[in-house]
Design a protein around this ligand. Structure first.
Ligand SMILES: Cc1cc2nc3c(=O)[nH]c(=O)nc-3n(C[C@H](O)[C@H](O)[C@H](O)COP(=O)(O)O)c2cc1C
Length: 170
């Protein structure tokens, strides 16, 4: 599958089959995240992989009771172990870098026939307490991972290029 095909195939999956994800596929997905670029190659991303059913259920509760989060066989908890470095452009590195890494993972998951969903609606303190994540570590996103119930391609509702791209000047 080409990268563009993976981008077109990836969609938010909110319904998962009760089917485990092969260790080899998980490893390939994590490897894609590991190889991502980051500002000054800081690599501040850290991942907690949760397979335990009870823990997944607790994470779903911490994610504003989005129950589908706990129904996936794996929840990837994307964190940052960070010194809060700000780039010269004024932007914090770690949310950008973790997002790039996690998106690499979501695209490879799509290539491997797996579904994901970005989850930003969660209570960070609750997630930290559930997983014993140290105070100084930030939790950036949750990402359920598993085989989708519906693997058909979804039409993407997106702004047209002429609304988001300007050439030469704003
Ligand atoms: C940073 C981020 C946070 C998101 N948080 C949630 C969430 O908490 N719950 C949810 O169901 N979807 C969440 N989404 C999924 C978006 O709603 C979805 O990506 C968007 O509607 C486009 O649909 P698509 O992913 O199927 O292309 C999030 C997506 C992003 C990128």
């Amino acid at each position: 599958m080409s990268v563009m095909d993976a981008i077109k195939t990836r969609k938010s999956v909110r319904s998962f089959l009760d089917q485990p994800v092969e260790d080899e596929k998980l490893r390939t997905i994590l490897e894609a995240g590991r190889l991502a670029p980051s500002a000054s190659n800081r690599q501040e991303w850290r991942y907690v992989i949760v397979r335990d059913r009870e823990t997944r259920k607790k994470l779903a509760e911490a994610a504003n009771w989005q129950t589908f989060v706990g129904e996936a066989p794996i929840v990837i908890v994307a964190c940052a172990e960070t010194d809060n470095h700000v780039m010269d452009c004024g932007q914090l590195c770690y949310p950008i870098d973790v997002a790039i890494s996690l998106d690499h993972m979501a695209l490879v998951a799509a290539e491997l026939g797996l579904g994901t969903c970005w989850i930003g609606a969660f209570n960070e303190e609750k997630v930290k307490a559930i997983l014993d994540i140290p105070e100084e570590v930030r939790v950036i996103e949750l990402m359920p991972l598993g085989y989708p119930v519906d693997s058909t391609t979804k039409i993407k509702n997106r702004l047209p290029l002429n609304m988001i791209v300007k050439y030469e000047r704003w």
